[in-house]
Write a protein that binds this ligand. Structure first.
Ligand code: GLA
Length: 410
């Protein structure tokens, strides 16, 4: 890629033009952009079920995703996370745990595909995964071919038990990306090194379609216990200045949604993850959509509660996440003690999010010009459904940690 950019730079120089800068629309497109043109949406096993996963669980979740309208709302992936592995056979082929997946992964993928869904799987760029299972270092080509033969559509590739330096990380992710390209099947590569090596600067060139920006999300608003866990606000704070690195086919991944977990246990309840209020869950959905993050639900969709379902299935916020202009939101400062974010949307439309990040209720007066757009607009606030025409501002109040999102058009 670097060579390509150098060639392009020389060509542009000769033609008297400037070299495009890093980020967004200016970055020359990669062929793998087509694999995840908009942020992938689905359901992931880890946050709630951890190692307690099985063929039965995945089939039941697939059924629920179809029956309850999640698939039709755009959640088309089921991502199997860590703990599916059962080692390698005598030809070094990676195999699933025969107790958890007695019919093999191919049969499960066939079932998932028959429901109009896709299947994701998990490995790690080292000998062992984070939870200590068999991983793919040195077996990239073989494992990629195995995943392709099973009908896998997405690989989350973790980075536990690997060296800390960035060059090794780049090499190991590029090796898996190449193996996936050679596998004979389109498989999206999700880079999961959690942010310390600034993957937004290199994961796209290495062949990744999404890259995690932070350590694991916990089911909480923010880290108040000082144990270092990442709450919703902590993740927003580490991710909201990275929008320039994302665009069509390559996305900052803010980690899984915790909407509807309500402190029910699993890894997201560690480090003080006691659960969130409905306003906080709505803020997570709002900001993950404003910032174009992949959306990986983790609550038990077989027994989903109505509040979580309303949040996860809100058509307007999903449409912002999936908008065809592919331009994640940028921060625009503060108004009335609240944060504002602006996102340009296709069709001459905009989204403004106003987030009360304080612990007190706030009365808000928001002139839209403060967010960077002048003039009068028709708008709809997507969580209340309230709308107005010819408006140049909004006045209202926000509860602690509540976010309002306005969809504006001329
Ligand atoms: C890491 C990842 C998590 C999850 C676990 C599985 O912590 O960041 O998302 O995949 O490993 O062991």
């Amino acid at each position: 890629m670097r060579d390509f950019r150098r060639l392009l730079a020389s060509f542009l120089l000769l033609a008297g033009l400037a070299m495009p800068q890093d980020g967004n629309a200016a970055t020359p497109a990669h062929p793998h952009d087509r694999l995840a043109p908009t942020p992938p949406m689905g359901w992931m096993t880890w946050n709630l079920f951890k190692e307690d996963i099985s063929d039965k669980l995945i089939r039941e979740i697939a059924d629920a995703m179809v029956a309850k309208g999640y698939r039709d709302a755009g959640y088309t992936y089921i991502f199997i996370d860590d703990a599916w592995q059962g080692g390698r056979d005598n030809r070094n082929n990676i195999i699933p745990d025969p107790k958890k997946f007695p019919y093999g992964i191919k049969a499960l993928a066939d079932y998932v595909h028959s429901k109009g869904l896709k299947l994701g799987i998990y490995s790690d760029a080292a000998p062992l995964t984070c939870a200590g299972y068999t991983a793919s270092l040195g077996f990239e080509e073989q494992d990629a071919k195995t995943f392709a033969s099973w009908g896998i559509d997405y690989l989350k590739y973790d980075y536990c038990n690997a060296p800390v330096d960035v060059e090794t990380a780049k090499r190991r992710y590029a090796a898996m990306a190449k193996a996936l390209r050679n596998s004979g099947r389109d498989i999206v590569l999700g880079v999961c090194e959690w942010g310390p090596r600034h993957p937004w600067r290199w994961a796209y060139d290495a062949g990744g379609s999404v890259w995690r920006t932070t350590y694991d999300v916990r089911d909480m608003w923010k880290d108040v216990t000082g144990q270092g866990g990442m709450g919703i606000l902590d993740i927003i704070n580490q991710s909201d200045t990275l929008s320039q690195y994302a665009g069509r086919g390559h996305w900052n991944d803010l980690d899984m949604l915790v909407v509807g977990l309500d402190g029910k246990g699993g890894p997201s309840s560690d480090l003080g993850g006691k659960g969130c209020t409905a306003d906080e869950y709505r803020t997570q959905m709002s900001m993950w959509c404003m910032l174009s993050s992949p959306l990986a639900m983790t609550n038990d969709l077989r027994n989903d509660d109505p509040t979580a379902k309303d949040i996860l299935l809100n058509k307007d916020i999903i449409a912002i996440n999936q908008d065809d202009l592919c331009q994640p939101a940028v921060p625009k400062g503060r108004v009335s003690n609240c944060r504002i974010y602006l996102r340009s949307l296709s069709g001459n439309r905009w989204a403004i999010a106003v987030m009360n990040d304080t612990d007190k209720p706030q009365r808000v007066a928001l002139p839209f010009a403060k967010a960077g757009i002048r003039g009068r607009y028709s708008y709809k606030e997507i969580w209340t459904g309230k709308s107005a025409t010819k408006a140049s501002s909004w006045k209202g109040s926000l509860r602690p940690h509540q976010t309002a999102v306005f969809l504006l058009s001329k």
